[in-house]
Design a protein around this ligand. Structure first.
Ligand code: SF4
Length: 424
């Protein structure tokens, strides 16, 4: 139990496992199933259920010395290793007792990538073929593992992930001297190729076994190196061009190690920045934004005070107002305060009725924000005074009005702190 505690503790800094996208139906002779389509996770699924994965490492010994990692070889921490059969037994026991719905398995690198990967593959293979485990499996791939190992792992795992960690190779080399981008991108490509070949096979043979059905994910660390949000989001954008990459995760750098001159000294992890990156990622995936609209060479970092969609709107007053009753769906999506669900509702409903601000509120539009960016025929009637939009107010005056009280206080304090009391 003590070894399991150490190994579960060592695995907790990897955020790239929080969601999947696969359904495993119950089968004769197999134990269990997974439900929920897009969204099994170790917190909450789409249908609101809390689902848990056992997140554990096979071993937290590692021969690599990545500066940002608690398990690096130069750290003096309690180490533990489980044997292949011990880990399988724990998973099955937890699964049968309904403690977990799946497994997220990773490992430190021992001897060499393939030696480690072989053990991970043995676990997932045995779980499926010997123990008939039909739950969800997310396998963390070891950078530099061979194609043969990946091909075998992909037959049993639902999702495979390999972390990019740092978007620029020179920074990665500085913090993780044993890793390079080639050792990350090559396995990603090989898994992708396996998925695409499997798709073709399944067209010909309906019962061909699936290969990594929930696709791949990856993770980048935010704030450990000098990379800007532009660098990070361009890398994510490149990843999303690959057909098998489902999610890119952003992990605010947590200072887990004792002083290392290669790393910045942060009082706390950059959580606001991490959150803004997730919002920007969302804009790219669901709101039809190009990465260069969110960040560019003039704005290399996301605005920490306002969300990226509002930030874009404030930089582009010429785009507004958007007429709710006639604008195309893509334009409505760009209005701050309107989400995908309300944009779809607006476009469907306006075929039958002219939309008013009353309807917008009912559809869940955040009118506090949206009212400065839209016209919808009668905006004056439900408000005590005529609405003045972004172009009348100008972005500089509108911006403070849209900041929450807490943000305004923080901005004022920062301004006070930056006052320069130089003597004349
Ligand atoms: S290879 Fe993985 S486990 Fe080993 S030090 Fe680097 S990040 Fe940590």
């Amino acid at each position: 139990m003590e070894r399991l505690r150490i190994l579960a503790e060592s695995a907790k800094y990897d955020v790239s496992c929080s969601s999947s996208g696969t359904v495993r139906k119950g089968k004769d002779g197999m134990v269990g199933n997974t439900v929920g389509g897009m969204g099994i996770c170790h917190s909450f699924a789409d249908d609101g259920r809390c689902i848990s994965l056992l997140k554990v490492m096979l071993t937290n010994y590692c021969k690599y010395d990545c500066a940002y990692c608690i398990n690096r070889r130069s750290n003096d921490i309690p180490r533990a290793t489980l044997s292949v059969s011990e880990l399988e037994e724990i998973v099955m026991e937890f699964y049968r007792r309904n403690y977990i719905e799946g497994l997220f398995l990773s490992s430190g690198v021992v001897r060499n990538p393939d030696y480690t990967m072989e053990r991970l593959v043995a676990i997932v293979r045995d779980l499926r073929t010997v123990h008939r485990f039909n739950g969800y499996i997310h396998l963390k791939t070891i950078p530099g593992a061979s194609r043969e190992m990946l091909q075998e792992a992909g037959r049993y795992a639902d999702r495979m992930s390999i972390n990019i960690e740092i978007p620029k190779e020179e920074s990665l080399k500085l913090l993780a001297p044993e890793k390079d981008h080639q050792s990350v991108f090559l396995p990603m490509q090989q898994i992708q190729q396996g998925v695409l070949e499997n798709k073709e096979d399944r067209k010909k043979f309906r019962h061909a076994p699936r290969f990594v059905p929930a696709g791949q994910s990856t993770q980048m660390i935010v704030g450990a190196t000098k990379e800007s949000d532009l660098d990070i989001l361009r890398m994510s954008n490149m990843m999303y061009q690959q057909p098998t990459i489902r999610r890119v995760y952003y992990s605010g750098y947590v200072s887990v190690n004792t002083y290392d001159p290669r790393l910045p000294v942060l009082k706390q992890p950059p959580l606001v920045r991490e959150n803004r990156l997730y919002q920007a990622d969302w804009l790219m995936r669901f709101y039809h934004f190009n990465v260069d609209e969110i960040v560019d060479d003039q704005h290399t970092h996301l605005d920490l005070e306002v969300d990226p969609k509002l930030g874009w709107a404030l930089r582009h007053p010429e785009f507004f107002p958007v007429d709710i009753n006639s604008a195309p769906y893509e334009h409505i999506l760009r209005v701050p305060g309107i989400g995908v669900k309300s944009a779809v509702l607006i476009v469907k409903s306006r075929r039958f009725n002219r939309i008013t601000s009353f309807h917008l509120k009912k559809m869940g539009v955040v009118m506090k924000k949206a009212k400065y960016f839209i016209t919808c025929g009668e905006l004056t009637s439900s408000f005590s005074q005529p609405i003045i939009g972004i172009n009348e107010l100008h972005p500089e005056r509108l911006r403070p009005m849209l900041l929450s009280k807490a943000q305004q206080k923080r901005a004022a304090e920062e301004q006070q702190l930056s006052l320069d009391f130089q003597e004349e």
